[in-house]
Structures are given as structure tokens and as C-alpha cells.
Write a protein that binds this ligand. Structure first.
Ligand code: GLU
Ligand code: ZN
Length: 470
């Protein structure tokens, strides 16, 4: 059997981790079985769908290299196909027109609620003779079986059974003539011969209704796998509204697509204790058996850890290209400073994202003045520090061959001369040069800054200090 899976997002927001996990698992299952992965954009809800989100869906999948074999199909372009099937269903008595209107339906619901019974359409129009009213205000409802049960085997959760008496006669075409979401899904899954539907558990209630429609059309029932939700740290469900979690935002923040995919594949699926998976490994090891039934927690720390791993195991040239892009974006000339490969070698092991890396190294290429947090550094700085900085400046000025060892020798000699610890020399220099209390070796920093820039920054700092604090 040819495996056919699909990813069917609605373009009502930017893709987040939950969506991409659905896409990834569907993609992996298709790849593993030499099957077909289809992209379908469910944009029939015209008020909530936006083109910019369809673009976001396509860009996100492309960035992650989750390429599709068929599509993207847009449901909005298939309305006439859905309507043809609705006509057929009306003719065959599988569906019927309901003329009740919202007012009457609301009234029925109100009564039901007062009586404390389940709110359900009372099927008043189900047995009317077709076209009895010559009204064009109607919705089309599916004739859900009244008796019996509908059962399916969820690959993750096992057997799920619902009594048909629990299910309404679902509206499949609205008053405005547009077929409804549940109906379009069914028609597309049927026409695309989808064999495995992998989607979020928020769709689990739709499945029995969709199976009934598929049965009425004589279609083969696909297999279903409903994935548990992904929760935030505060146990709230991740939602499209939470912009922070849009995948492309992580691209902007300097995450690598490989790290994102690796992080996502582990959100609800495992293979022993293994954490790092190449794409090849994911494809060969992925299975439904190891998908968890419980919800997963989104953990940014783990994602950062994963990204650090990938940044450090990805080819340097790729990291360099990404870093250069950041320089260009910020309009900083990366030729006006140390050799990029050298700073990459030193700072990549300390960086979790490309943005971290950029923030660590960009000041080597700029003459601009760092803003100081006055209160913070005052406690570390005293009148001796000023003296130390002045003397350091003079000694550094004398260095003719500016290298890491020579700079360190000067610092060491100064500590002897002043009879203070090396850290008492390093601390004020570090504050003066980068405004921080910790960093890699200060001699390495000064080497990257170069002699001219280091001395200029020391001088500027002294001036600033004199002006503000003396
Ligand atoms: N369009 C639905 C959504 O974005 C998914 C439908 C499905 O997978 O069946 O949640
Ligand atoms: Zn009715």
C-alpha cells in the first residue's frame, strides 16, 4: 500500500511548534515508507484566513526542508468540487436542507438548556420532502446515522467509540453557500487517498463525524493518529496567538533548522535516551509506537541546548554565512576588524544561537561607545582602578607586536608593579572595554579588538569616568 499523509494547516496564524510537530511526524512517516506527503492549506474560513499566513506556512516548511510531494492545494480553490458532492448527497438523500435559521435554532437550544438535556439540533427538517420550500435561505446538513456506534482505532490511543446519538446532523454547507470545514477535510482526504491522518488531539471529536461522512460516500477510512498537546511551562496549550512561538521568529533569533527539527521530533516521541537525531536517523527510527499519549512541555532551555549543539557541529562555513548575514542586516562592516574565522572559533563554543554569537563579537568591528550601567560598575571601580587603567594604557601603547601573549605579559607585569592580583588589573580593563564583568580572556578580547581600538576605548572610558565620577 502506498502511504499517503498530509499536513493541512489553516492559514489563521504563523506556524508554531505544535503545527510543525504534526507536519514533521506526517512527513517522517511518509518518508520512512517511501510514501507521499501532501500540503493542503485549509483556507475556506475567509474571515480568519490570510494570505500572509499561507506564505508563512510555505516559508516555514521550506526553511525546515520539509518538502511536500503534492500541493500546496488551497481549499478555497476547490469550492465547486465540494459543492458538486453536496449536490450529489442531497440527491441521494445523504444530506438535507435545513430551513430553521439561527433564531429558531437558538430558541431550541435555549429550551434544551432549560430542560438540562444535551444541546442538539432536533432534526426538524430531516424528513421534509426535498425542496418543499422554495427558499434560498438554508444550510445543508449531513444525515448522521441515528442509531448504532462509530468506532475507530487511534494508532496512539487505541479504540475510540462514540454513540451516533451523541452526534448532531452536522452542517456541511453554510447559508452563504460555503461548505464547512469538517466537510472539506473529508472530501480532500478522500480524493487525495490519504492513508494516515496525523493531527492534534483537538481534532479527535471531529473524527467520528468525519468517518460517518466518509462511510456515507463509500470511501475507505484512513488510519488516525491524534497527537497530544504541547503545553507551555505554565501548562497552557501552545496557541497560534502566542507569537513568541512562531517558528520563523526562531530563525530570526539565530536558531538552526536542524536544531528546531531535532527538538520537535523529541517533543512527544523518543528512541531510548537518544537526544540527537540526524534527519536520516529520524526517518529510519520514527514509529508510532514510541509516541507518548501524555502532553509535552515546551522547554526553551532544552531548545537552546540543542541549538548550541548544532551550532558547534555544523560546518564553520555555514555559521560564517549566517553571521555575515547578521552583520549585513545591522550594517556593520565585518572587514573592519579581526578575521571572522578566528572569532567564530573562539565564540561559537560559548554561543547558543547565531544571535548570541553576533552579540558577542559585533563590538570588535565597531568604534561605537558601549553604554554603561553606572550603578553596576561603580561597585567594581575605584580610584585605584583609574590609576591602573592609565598605567595600562601607557604600557599597552608600547607594545609593537600586538598578540595575545604580549598583552598578557603587560598585564602580569602591571600586577607586580602595583602589587595587586591579576584580576584587579583585568577587571577594570574589561569594564572599560566591553562593559561586562566576565568574558573570555581579556588578552584575547584585546587582540581581537586590535591595538588601535583597544587604546581608543580605554581612553574614551577614562574621559567618561573623569566627566561623570570625579
Ligand atoms: N486545518 C486544521 C488545523 O489547522 C487541521 C485539520 C486536519 O488535520 O484534519 O487545525
Ligand atoms: Zn431545520
Amino acid at each position: 500500500m502506498l502511504i499517503r499523509t498530509r499536513f493541512a494547516p489553516s492559514p489563521t496564524g504563523e506556524l508554531h511548534f505544535g503545527n510543525i510537530r504534526t507536519a514533521l511526524y506526517s512527513w517522517l512517516y511518509a518518508k520512512k515508507n517511501n510514501g507521499v506527503f501532501i500540503l493542503r492549506i485549509e483556507d475556506t474560513d475567509l474571515t480568519r484566513s490570510h494570505k500572509k499566513f499561507s506564505t508563512n506556512i510555505i516559508q516555514t516548511l521550506k526553511w525546515l526542508k520539509l518538502y511536500w510531494n503534492e500541493g500546496p492545494y488551497f481549499q478555497s480553490q476547490r469550492i465547486s468540487d465540494y459543492k458538486k458532492i453536496i449536490c450529489f448527497m442531497l440527491k441521494e438523500g445523504l444530506a438535507y436542507k435545513c430551513y430553521c435559521g439561527n433564531e429558531k435554532l437558538n430558541y431550541i437550544k435555549k429550551i434544551q438548556s432549560l430542560k438540562g438535556v444535551k444541546k442538539q439540533y432536533n432534526r426538524a427538517c430531516r424528513n421534509l420532502k426535498p425542496n418543499i420550500f422554495n427558499l434560498n435561505k438554508y444550510v445543508v446538513r449531513f444525515k448522521n446515522p441515528i442509531f448504532g456506534k462509530v468506532s475507530f482505532h487511534d494508532i496512539i490511543r487505541g479504540k475510540i467509540t462514540v454513540n451516533n446519538s451523541e452526534l448532531d446532523d452536522l452542517i456541511i454547507q453554510r447559508e452563504n453557500g460555503i461548505p464547512t470545514y469538517n466537510f472539506c477535510v473529508v472530501v480532500d482526504d478522500m480524493n487525495s487517498k490519504i492513508t494516515h491522518i496525523i493531527r492534534g488531539e483537538d481534532h479527535i471529536n471531529n473524527t467520528p463525524r468525519q468517518i460517518n461522512i466518509l462511510n456515507s460516500l463509500g470511501a475507505k477510512i484512513p488510519k488516525y493518529a491524534h497527537l497530544s498537546m504541547i503545553l507551555n511551562h505554565d501548562k497552557k496549550i501552545l496557541s497560534k496567538r502566542n507569537n513568541l512561538l512562531s517558528i520563523l521568529k526562531y530563525k530570526k533569533l539565530g536558531y538552526l533548522s536542524e536544531a528546531i527539527l531535532n527538538y520537535i521530533v523529541r517533543l512527544g516521541w523518543s528512541h531510548g535516551n537518544k537526544e540527537i537525531f540526524s534527519l536520516k536517523e529520524m526517518i529510519s527510527l520514527f514509529n508510532f509506537k514510541s509516541i507518548t499519549k501524555s502532553s509535552s512541555i515546551f522547554d526553551i532551555k532544552k531548545l537552546r541546548w540543542m541549538n548550541k549543539y548544532y551550532i558547534n557541529s555544523t560546518k564553520k562555513s555555514i555559521i560564517k554565512d549566517l553571521l555575515i548575514k547578521s552583520f549585513i542586516k545591522k550594517k556593520i562592516d565585518f572587514n573592519n576588524g579581526p578575521v571572522l574565522d578566528d572569532v567564530i572559533s573562539v565564540f561559537t563554543p560559548r554561543s547558543e544561537t547565531i544571535l548570541d554569537l553576533f552579540n558577542e563579537v559585533s563590538f570588535f568591528y565597531q568604534d561605537t561607545w558601549i553604554k554603561f550601567d553606572k550603578r553596576k560598575f561603580q561597585s567594581y571601580f575605584n580610584i585605584n582602578s583609574v590609576e591602573i587603567l592609565k598605567r595600562s594604557y601607557e604600557e599597552f601603547l608600547k607594545i609593537s607586536l600586538w598578540d595575545v601573549k604580549k598583552i598578557f605579559m603587560v598585564i602580569k607585569n602591571l600586577s607586580k608593579k602595583f602589587n595587586v592580583l591579576i584580576k584587579d588589573i583585568i577587571c577594570p580593563i574589561r569594564i572599560a572595554l566591553i562593559g561586562k564583568f566576565s568574558s573570555i580572556g581579556i588578552n584575547q578580547i584585546m587582540f581581537f579588538l586590535g591595538k588601535k581600538r583597544s587604546l581608543m576605548k580605554l581612553k574614551n572610558f577614562l574621559k567618561y569616568y573623569k566627566k561623570n565620577f570625579l
